[in-house]
Design a protein around this ligand. Structure first.
Ligand code: NAI
Length: 595
């Protein structure tokens, strides 16, 4: 074990050190070179009476073991007097363990003002007064170690201890601020949450526990927290029976409640609709600093002002299996050695086919009422919507697993007569707030038109671009499998339209149809293979219009035209000669092809 931790030259004030835990702290400090002020009022555990005996006995014990100690009989409420004892006798104060305490347990109905006030006075005010009195000395010497004593009753609550648990939680708040104010002067403040056998817990803890919960098992934890080598500041440490752990306040990811900077967009109904996200703790993270906590809020506000936020937020988790399933769903195959990097997680270049990243936006759309809420009729459901157009643009490296956040909002709504066209924009970020991809989806809602809306898109709706008039520069054929939709849907779009004949009939199709985004995936594979050496990193953006359905099992013909770094393409169903994707193009960052 490393060298013994010593406290030579240090002066430690331990309040309530005449018994229980405080006594053990005082004995340990005394045995390791500290000069100890043994403070104790010496009253009953309910805070009645006073006696010098409690403190004197402990002082004698320390001295008998060769240590240095003086007694202080003041109440901690007179903190200045307690600290004065340290200054008068030893000239300084380095360590302050605020430990003194009493109990006046009553149910809420029976708690008197005196029960409330006395408990708060000893625990909360007493700890503050001692800290305040020690403060100027600690600041001047640029050193201090302060402990606040909280309790499980404060952290977790306990029947019959309203006064005590409130005071004990108050000490956590006090410690938070003392830690912040002391930081620049090397004054650290930490919280101990002990459980130990003492006169306070006698009769409360079961016998079998009581006998094991020896107070001296906690003293080393407090002693270390008060050593100059301990860097913790503002930590909460729970300890009992020779066990210790850190406790932390965690905060969920939360969700933005405003759909724009306009405050009127917040309503109780909206709060209710997103309550599960407000209370979702799946991605909770510790709140370590108030500055960071409010920094985040400022960021949210800034983003709202710039129109970056607002809208529905959704979390999207994925891993290598999801990427592989998607790759299989759009026809990647081990028969093509070049595809192995999409199908095998241990491949040195394992990567996502970039169009996988339409999924976060799609899932947000499917799990929210984004589209329906944009329509006067509110009538959009799985059997009356069709994917009209899709735009995807990549902004940063695409991780092969992670948890992403997508913020989606309705960007434009058009009245096309036979239906409404709803355009949504979704931006997807990683955990660090890096923008990874932008998606724009146009959803055609059958039968939702004729509401008197405009026909043309606003600026910002990405248009399709017709292919050049010449013959295609290259063509690739891919045959889809009869199970293509059955496989592809496992990537997330479970709309029965793609697998259930009865449902397809209701939606007006003779047979289940392939997902438009699946045909898009096949087409992207063709473009990457032909013009980017199948290198996904070269992919920048894609835009398509889904103009006719594809039936699983049909063959796709992808015709491509190269215009600098833009590859125009159309995707046609060979069996019917009908164009399934029109006006499509892929923008590459670079192209491997000479043509
Ligand atoms: P204890 O009753 O054995 O020791 C507390 C000491 O504080 C007593 O010697 C008492 O005379 C002294 N004291 C009371 N009022 C005072 C005042 N106004 N000024 C100066 N001294 C005063 O109790 P124990 O168990 O050792 O508790 C120590 C601290 O740990 C307390 O703050 C208590 O709330 C806390 N705690 C104890 C737990 C346990 O399981 N024992 C659990 C959670 C917290």
């Amino acid at each position: 074990m490393s060298e013994q931790l010593r406290y030579d030259g240090r002066v430690a004030v331990v309040t309530g050190a005449g018994a229980g835990l405080g006594r053990e702290y005082a004995l340990l400090f005394g045995s390791r070179g500290a000069k100890v002020v043994v403070n104790d009022l010496g009253g009953s555990f309910q805070g009645e009476g006073a006696s010098k005996r409690a403190a004197d006995v402990v002082v004698d014990e320390i001295r008998a073991r060769g240590g240095t100690a003086v007694a202080d009989y003041n109440s901690v409420v007179d903190g200045a007097k307690v600290i004065e004892t340290a200054i008068k006798n030893f000239g300084r104060v380095d360590i302050l363990v605020n430990n003194a305490g009493i109990l006046r347990d009553r149910s809420i109905a029976k708690t008197t003002d005196q029960d409330w006030d006395l408990v708060h006075a000893v625990h909360l005010k007493g700890s503050f007064k001692c800290t305040q009195a020690a403060w100027p000395y600690m600041r001047k010497q640029n050193y201090g170690r302060i402990i606040m004593t909280s309790s499980n009753s404060g952290m977790y609550g306990n029947f019959g201890q309203a006064n005590y648990s409130a005071a004990k939680m108050g000490l956590v708040g006090l410690a938070n601020t003392v830690a912040i104010e002391g930081q620049k002067n090397n004054i650290h403040c930490n919280v101990i949450i002990p459980t130990a056998a003492s006169r306070m817990t006698e009769g409360i803890l079961p016998d079998i526990l009581f006998n094991e919960l020896k107070p001296h098992l906690i003293a080393p934890v407090v002693a270390y927290l008060c050593h100059e080598s301990c860097e913790n500041n503002g930590s909460y440490i729970e300890s009992a029976a020779g066990w210790a752990t850190k406790l932390q306040i965690v905060r969920g990811k939360g969700t933005v409640l405003r759909t724009s900077i306009d405050e009127k967009t917040i309503s109780p109904e909206y709060v209710k609709s997103v309550w599960s996200k407000v209370t979702d703790m799946a991605d909770a993270e510790p709140v370590v600093e108030i500055a960071r906590a409010s920094g985040y809020l400022l960021e949210v506000l800034e983003n709202l002002k710039e129109g970056k936020l607002g809208g529905i937020e959704d979390t999207f988790k994925y891993n290598s299996k999801d990427l592989i399933l998607y790759a299989l769903g759009i026809g990647a195959t081990v028969k093509n050695g070049n595809d192995l990097k999409y199908l095998y997680e241990n491949h040195p270049e394992f990567s996502a086919i970039p169009t996988y990243f339409v999924m976060p936006a799609l899932m947000l759309s499917l799990t929210s009422n984004l589209v329906a809420n944009a329509l006067p009729s509110g009538n959009a459901h799985l059997s009356n919507i069709l994917h009209g157009e899709q735009y995807l643009e990549i902004f940063d490296d695409l991780p092969t697993s992670g948890t992403l956040t997508t913020v989606g909002k309705v960007f434009d709504v058009m009245d096309k007569g036979s239906g409404a066209l709803v355009v949504t924009n979704s931006d997807t970020y990683d955990k660090k707030g890096r923008l990874l991809v932008k998606n724009q989806s146009s959803i055609f809602v059958l039968g939702a038109g004729k509401f008197g809306g405009k026909k043309s898109p606003i600026a910002g709706v990405v248009p399709i671009v017709p292919a050049p008039k010449r013959n295609p520069d290259s063509t690739i054929h891919y045959k889809t499998s009869e199970d293509q939709a059955a496989l592809y849907r496992l990537s997330g779009d479970l709309n029965p339209l793609h697998i259930d004949s009865d449902f397809a009939a209701v939606a007006g199709f003779n047979t289940p149809i392939l997902h438009g985004l699946c045909s898009l995936g096949f087409s992207i594979r063709a473009v990457l293979a032909q013009y980017a050496s199948n290198n996904p990193v070269l992919f920048k953006a894609v835009k398509v219009r889904f103009s006719a359905p594809v039936i699983p099992g049909q063959t796709l013909r992808i015709d491509m035209w190269k215009e600098a770094k833009r590859i125009h393409f159309t995707t046609t169903v060979v069996e019917t000669g009908k164009e399934a994707i029109s006006g499509g193009y892929v923008d590459l960052k670079d192209t491997s092809a000479k043509l």
